[in-house]
Design a protein around this ligand. Structure first.
Ligand SMILES: CC(C)(COP(=O)(O)OP(=O)(O)OC[C@H]1O[C@@H](n2cnc3c(N)ncnc32)[C@H](O)[C@@H]1OP(=O)(O)O)[C@@H](O)C(=O)NCCC(=O)NCCS
Length: 139
């Protein structure tokens, strides 16, 4: 992800997640050596994004989407594979994330990609809904 992708990623987050980490966040974090952000592009358009903090031996996914029109075509898996490959290279042993309870697309995706539900965080989100904490052991 480059500074020139920020605007597209913000729009994509708003469209798919209903919220965004915001311009200031990305401007700051794109120079953070612990932040690993990738975009998926098609015909020069940003169609997806994954962002994680990688602090071996653990990593935490902070945001992830594929635009509606491109979902279920393997782009999410490609972004996840890119992150997991990097985690393997950096000797990360476990990757965690939070996903909204009821987000079946997300939960199915993570289960299919080897993540397991390990905990529930009650009233984690601003709208009062719970978060599932999910984890994938990669070593
Ligand atoms: C989660 C997400 C990134 C997956 O991206 P994707 O490009 O569709 O993923 P892939 O095509 O590589 O993988 C498809 C798998 O994802 C899950 N999935 C995707 N869309 C789904 C849907 N509409 N209903 C149920 N499961 C779905 C399934 O496990 C599916 O496997 P299958 O095709 O064998 O059923 C995408 O659905 C998305 O952006 N969702 C909205 C934002 C979001 O919830 N992000 C995660 C927040 S924690």
């Amino acid at each position: 992800m480059r500074p020139t992708d920020i605007e597209s990623v913000i729009k994509g987050e708003e469209a798919t997640l209903g919220e965004t980490l915001g311009k200031e966040f990305f401007e700051q974090e794109l120079t953070n050596p612990l932040a690993y952000f990738w975009v998926a592009t098609k015909n020069d358009e940003v169609i997806g994004y994954i962002g994680a903090y990688v602090v071996p031996p653990s990593a935490d996914i902070i945001s992830f989407y594929v635009l509606d029109a491109y979902q279920k075509q393997g782009y999410g898996s490609k972004l996840m594979t890119r992150l997991l490959d990097e985690c393997g290279r950096l000797k990360v042993e476990a990757v965690t994330l939070e996903v909204k309870e009821g987000n079946n697309k997300g939960i199915n995706f993570y289960l299919k990609n080897g993540f397991q539900k390990i905990n529930i965080r009650k009233h984690y989100y601003q709208d009062g809904s719970n978060a599932l904490l999910m984890k994938k052991v990669i070593k």
